[in-house]
Every structure is written in structure tokens, then in C-alpha cells.
Ligand binder design. Structure first.
Ligand code: SF4
Ligand code: SF4
Length: 97
């Protein structure tokens, strides 16, 4: 069995209302980017209770094929940043082809 350990890091996320967020960082084990055709954080979970984890999240999967960092439905950037804009929670490192 091969276990992936080389995920790009979520270097920063300022979406404080998400359950996985603390101190402007994402502490999920891994996130998925891509909700429909938009580079939104599919793991976003609006909740009053927040994770106690201190780990830094990785990008487990990304469905946004038209991003220059996407290869084979995965993110190949060194790290990404997540923020909010236009009423959605999205990958700020997204770069359209
Ligand atoms: S990257 Fe996504 S899952 Fe992680 S804290 Fe931000 S909005 Fe939540
Ligand atoms: S940088 Fe591009 S490939 Fe990486 S998570 Fe963001 S949208 Fe997906």
C-alpha cells in the first residue's frame, strides 16, 4: 500500500468561521479544492465548534483542471492559500491556464 505524504501545504487560510480553522491556519488532515467548476474549498464546514488539532493541512485533491498547478486532478504547487471572495471560500493560488 502506498500512502501519500507529499501533499502541498495549506500555508494560510483566513476563513475563521470554518470548523478546521484556528489562528489563520487550516488544521484538517487534508482538504479538497473544487466545488463544481469553481476553485472553492470543498472541505469548508461552517461550525461554532473548532478543531483542537495543531497539524497543518495538505491539499489532498483538486478538481480544477484549468489551473496551471493542476496535474492529474492533484495540486502540484509548493503550498496554497485559502481565503474568501465573491461570496465563496476559494483557493487564492488558483492560476487559470
Ligand atoms: S482551507 Fe478550507 S477546510 Fe481548511 S480552514 Fe480553510 S475553509 Fe476550512
Ligand atoms: S493552486 Fe490550483 S491546483 Fe492547487 S489547489 Fe489551488 S486551484 Fe487546485
Amino acid at each position: 500500500m502506498i500512502i501519500a505524504t507529499d501533499m502541498p501545504e495549506v500555508a494560510k487560510c483566513i476563513v475563521s468561521q470554518c470548523a478546521y480553522n484556528a489562528d489563520d491556519s487550516c488544521h484538517a488532515r487534508a482538504i479538497t479544492i473544487g466545488e463544481g467548476a469553481a476553485p472553492d474549498c470543498d472541505t469548508f464546514f461552517d461550525n461554532a465548534k473548532h478543531t483542537k488539532s495543531s497539524r497543518t493541512a495538505g491539499v489532498g485533491a483538486c478538481k480544477i483542471e484549468d489551473c496551471t498547478h493542476n496535474q492529474d486532478f492533484e495540486c502540484n504547487a509548493d503550498s496554497i492559500q485559502v481565503g474568501s471572495g465573491g461570496g465563496s471560500v476559494n483557493c487564492q493560488t488558483y492560476t487559470k491556464h
